[in-house]
Design a protein. Sequence first.
Length: 140
Amino acid sequence: MCGLTALSYLANMAKLVAVGAELMMQAKISELKNSLSSYLRKVKSGESILVLDRNTPVARLVPVEPMPVPGAQVTSDSLADEKKLENEALLAKLESKGVIARRRGPSPLEVMRDREPDDKADLVGAVLEERDEDYATGYR
């Protein structure tokens, strides 16, 4: 089979399916076996492939995450970055399943940091006033 025919065959045989929030190519085991190199090129380029055995999903081919370089120094920053990526991936997965909904605006901390401090605010006086009100109403 020449390259163009193989690619058109691959395009006709493979279907895109929605898995979670991502589109994923699917291929039967026989298709995968016959065109493994072509499918592996797609995986290397970042695509995921759902492997079917008689139309039942049995495996998923996904790109490998980069491995740390042997002998490279592992710093707390790189570990922290890796943990942030893991957390972000977990949050994205939970969000795609509808388990969580992320905030779309600025965080409350950012809002408070951007706020100009009020030099006239008497925090101790406000706390004492609230306590006096609580004693007067019998709350405490």
